[in-house]
Write a protein that binds this ligand. Structure first.
Ligand SMILES: Cc1ncc(COP(=O)(O)O)c(C=O)c1O
Length: 447
């Protein structure tokens, strides 16, 4: 049976303990990464299918926190780094775990990176990458439109705990980015591929070129655009994800990932110096299993999120509303996104509507949830239900008023993560009805 062969390839036998001396030190490399198709769904389908222990179509969950060895000497060889997970030698699940590693291989294939490793949250991935790449007193150049938590990490937490400072820039202004990077001092250029919440699109090839000219590692947060954009294929060195969003799709799991060169991922798991190994925000294998079952339909889900977001964005614009959506031709980076996006996925599943005041934004969201069943007032994104939040007073509230203004976050900005539950027309009718009611409300308040 062919699956037995696949399985036995992955199993360690007694003789492996004895013959494992030629194992490489770096153990995560997805050797075929450069040979995988460039389309993320095609790349995912090319990854070796992991069967269950008894031939099950789903992989088994390796729940063990610790692992045995056949020979007492093997333990020392694993701790010295001579034997590792690429030969199925595992030490302890805060280090590598087989089930988490399988999910990580999928993410590496999806992003076209040599390696990946999954974390307990998106923030764990981001903070571990920063701490690994930027030493004490180091410098970061980052986009000024970032998820509020990342913004707070860079502007408050890292300066306090490690004197890591950040210069915030408009990443759509390449000259400004270039000027901000100081060769030898700046370690990381950090941006979101499609920014939270303003949906500005980063010019990944140009930003990567600029970063590399100054010896800077380019880190892209691709939380808003899995499948749609492949930052590493466009030049970025490291891709981070909040898996909690589209990749999970269920709004029931908090998780993250770091995708990048095997050398970086291995360094993050190093027993002496690894930010993931030593700070410990690794993923639970039961969670890794759940997530690995959702990856095969991520492409389908993304296509539907993106399709509905585009239809709604166009229709809302036709009604005269101020809509921000990179799929609209009037979006400043529409052409850029078209040039970078993977074919046939769309332009992202998030759109923003600027309702001008927080009062109007709240009125509309309240009606959409409590009278129209259009969606839910909740932060986060990538759920099958539409999620709506007023970013300025929620996920970007960590930023002060000046920072919000610079980032283009107006008080009435509603971020909508467009879901795919129900039919498109059913959902549009609910949205349109609430907007008609808002018009009536506006008129009655004028009189
Ligand atoms: C763009 C972006 N990056 C990172 C994060 C943090 O992810 P997590 O909530 O999984 O820690 C978020 C979360 O809201 C986000 O929107």
């Amino acid at each position: 049976m062919s699956d037995t062969v696949v399985l036995s390839n992955n199993k360690r036998s007694h003789s492996d303990d004895i013959e494992g001396g030629d194992a490489k030190k770096t153990l995560l490399s997805n050797n075929s990464a450069s040979m995988l198709p460039t389309d993320p769904a095609a790349a995912l389908a090319s990854v070796r299918h992991e069967f269950g222990e008894h031939g099950g179509v789903n992989m088994s969950i390796e729940t063990s926190a610790t692992f045995t060895v056949m020979e007492p000497e093997t333990m020392g060889r694993m701790f010295s780094g001579e034997l590792g997970p690429d030969r199925d030698f595992f030490i302890y699940s805060r280090h590598f775990n087989p089930t988490v590693l399988n999910l990580s291989r999928l993410l590496a294939a999806m992003e076209g990176t040599e390696a990946a490793y999954c974390t307990a949250s998106g923030m764990a991935a981001i903070s571990a990458v920063m701490l690994q790449l930027v030493g004490c007193g180091g410098h970061v150049v980052a986009s000024r439109t970032l998820y509020g938590g990342t913004h707070a990490l860079l502007s408050h937490f890292l300066p306090r705990v490690s004197n890591i400072t950040t210069t915030f820039v408009d990443v759509t202004d390449l000259e400004m980015v270039k000027e901000a990077m100081v060769e030898g001092k700046t370690k990381v250029l950090y941006f979101e591929t499609i920014s939270n919440p303003t949906l500005a699109v980063a010019n990944i090839p140009e930003l990567s070129k600029l970063g590399h000219q100054k010896g800077v590692t380019v880190v892209a947060d691709n939380t808003f655009a899995p499948m749609v954009i492949s930052p590493a294929r466009l030049g970025a060195d490291v891709v981070v994800h909040s898996i909690s969003k589209f990749i999970s799709g269920g709004a029931d799991i908090i998780a993250g990932a770091v995708c990048g060169p095997a050398s970086l991922v291995n360094s993050m798991m190093d027993l002496h110096q690894g930010a993931l190994m030593l700070l410990g925000p690794t993923m639970n294998p039961k969670i890794a299993f759940e997530l690995s079952e959702r990856i095969p339909h991520l492409a389908l889900r993304m296509k539907e999120h993106c399709h509905r977001a585009l239809v709604f964005a166009k229709r809302l614009k036709n009604l005269g509303l101020k809509v921000i959506y990179p799929g609209l031709e009037d979006h400043p980076q529409h052409e850029l996104l078209m040039s970078m996006a993977n074919k046939d996925y769309g332009y992202g599943g998030i759109l923003c509507v600027d309702m001008e005041t927080e009062e109007r934004a709240n009125w509309l969201m309240n009606h959409l949830q409590n009278y129209g069943q259009f969606g839910l007032m909740a932060v986060s994104l990538g759920y099958y239900e539409t999620l709506m939040s007023c970013s300025g007073s929620s996920t970007s509230s960590e930023m002060n008023s000046e920072e919000k203004e610079l980032a283009g976050i107006s008080p009435g900005l509603i971020r909508m993560s467009i879901g795919y539950i129900g039919t498109l027309e059913q959902k549009w009718t609910q949205l349109e009805k609430a907007l008609t009611k808002l018009k009536e409300h506006d008129l009655s308040h004028k009189n």
